[in-house]
Design a protein around this ligand. Structure first.
Ligand code: ZN
Length: 321
C-alpha cells in the first residue's frame, strides 16, 4: 500500500471544540464527580490525533450528560492539537505534532528545567494529574492497517484479568510495553503489579472504519459498567454488543523493526494471522530474510505499508491462553 492510500473514511469527525472549556482547569478534560465514594475512572481519546473512533465515543458520553453514581469519571481528549491538523490529503499526519504522545510517559517525571519541549510533552503535563488520579484507565486507539480489534493489556497479570472481565474483543495482546518510550497505559500504578490501579488500551480497528466506532462504544460501555461508577442502564442504548466467542491471549515475545525502512513482506499479512511452522519466511529487511521463530506464531499488527527506519514492522507472539 502506498503511504497515503487508505481505507475510506466512513464517518464524520466530531466537532469537539465545545468541550474545550472545562471546570477541571484543563482544556478538553472533564471531571464528573458523583460526590460518593468509589473509583476514579478515566476514558481517554485522541492519544493519537487521527484515531477518531475514541473521540466519537467521548464526545457522545459528554453529549449524553452521563453522570457517575459512585466515584468520579474523567472524560478526556488528549492530543487535540494534532486532531485539529487533520487534512484529508494526508490523513496519517495528524497522529502527532512533534512526537508520539504515547511515548512520553517514562520521561514525564524527570526533572524539567524549563527548556523547550515537544507539544506532546506539554500536553501530557496537563493530563498528568488526571492520569495519576485515575484508578482505572481506558485509552481508546485505532490502527493504521485494517486489522481485527486488539486489547493491549500490558505486561501484567492484572491487565489480562481486566481484559477478560471486559470480555471483548477476541484478541487480547500481552506485551512488555514499548521500547521507544513508556505508554500512558503503563504509567505509575498501572504498570506496578502491587498497585490496584489498572489500565487497558483498545485498538478498535482501522482508523476510519465504521466498525471501529462500534467496537469503541462496546468496549467503553463494558468498561464503565464493570468499573461500577455507572449502571448498565445509564449508558447509551445499543452500545453493548453480544459477547464474542472465547477470547485468546497472545504474549508478544519480540518486535521486528526495520533497519532503514525498506522491509518487505513476502505477501500481504493479516493482523493476528497465525503462521503454523517455525522458520516460515515473513519478508526481507534490506534483503535480509526474516523468519518466524516458533510454531503457531501470531503476527501482531503487521505494517503492510512503508514505515520509517527503526520502526516496528510486526510484533511476534505466542497464544498463551
Ligand atoms: Zn494509537
Amino acid at each position: 500500500m502506498a503511504d497515503e492510500e487508505h481505507h475510506p473514511i466512513e464517518f464524520d469527525f466530531p466537532d469537539i471544540s465545545r468541550w474545550r472549556q472545562s471546570a477541571s482547569g484543563a482544556e478538553y478534560v472533564h471531571v464528573l464527580d458523583s460526590g460518593e465514594p468509589g473509583p476514579v475512572v478515566m476514558v481517554n481519546a485522541l492519544t493519537h490525533g487521527n484515531e477518531v473512533s475514541g473521540a466519537i465515543v467521548v464526545d457522545a458520553l459528554l453529549s449524553a450528560g452521563l453522570k457517575p453514581r459512585r466515584g468520579a469519571l474523567i472524560l478526556s481528549f488528549a492530543n487535540v492539537a494534532a486532531y485539529q491538523t487533520f487534512k484529508i490529503e494526508t490523513p496519517f499526519k495528524s497522529r502527532m505534532l512533534d512526537e508520539d504522545f504515547n511515548r512520553v510517559w517514562g520521561r514525564i517525571d524527570m526533572p524539567h528545567n524549563g527548556e523547550a519541549e515537544t507539544r506532546e510533552m506539554t500536553r501530557a503535563r496537563v493530563l498528568l494529574p488526571f492520569v495519576r488520579r485515575a484508578d482505572l484507565l481506558l485509552d481508546l486507539h485505532s490502527m493504521h492497517d485494517d486489522c481485527v480489534p486488539l486489547m493491549l493489556c500490558g505486561p501484567l497479570d492484572k491487565g489480562v484479568a481486566l481484559a477478560k472481565q471486559v470480555g471483548t474483543p477476541i484478541d487480547v495482546v500481552r506485551d512488555r510495553g514499548h521500547a521507544a518510550g513508556r505508554r500512558m497505559r503503563d504509567y505509575g500504578g498501572f504498570g506496578d503489579a502491587d498497585s490496584p490501579k489498572n489500565a487497558l488500551l483498545i485498538e478498535t480497528g482501522q482508523h476510519w472504519r465504521a466498525s471501529s466506532v462500534v467496537v469503541a462504544k462496546d468496549v467503553t460501555a463494558r468498561f464503565l459498567d464493570l468499573s461500577g461508577v455507572v449502571e448498565a442502564g445509564d449508558l447509551p442504548v445499543g452500545w453493548r454488543q453480544p459477547d464474542p466467542p472465547a477470547q485468546r491471549v497472545v504474549q508478544v515475545t519480540q518486535a521486528v523493526a526495520t533497519k532503514r525502512g525498506d522491509f518487505k513482506f513476502v505477501r500481504r499479512m493479516h493482523g493476528q494471522e497465525v503462521i503454523a511452522a517455525a522458520g516460515t519466511l515473513l519478508g526481507h529487511d534490506e534483503g535480509e530474510p526474516v523468519h518466524t521463530p516458533y510454531d503457531d506464531c501470531v503476527l501482531v499488527m503487521p505494517a503492510n505499508h512503508r514505515v520509517r527506519p527503526g520502526v516496528t514492522i510486526v510484533r511476534l507472539g505466542r497464544i498463551v491462553g
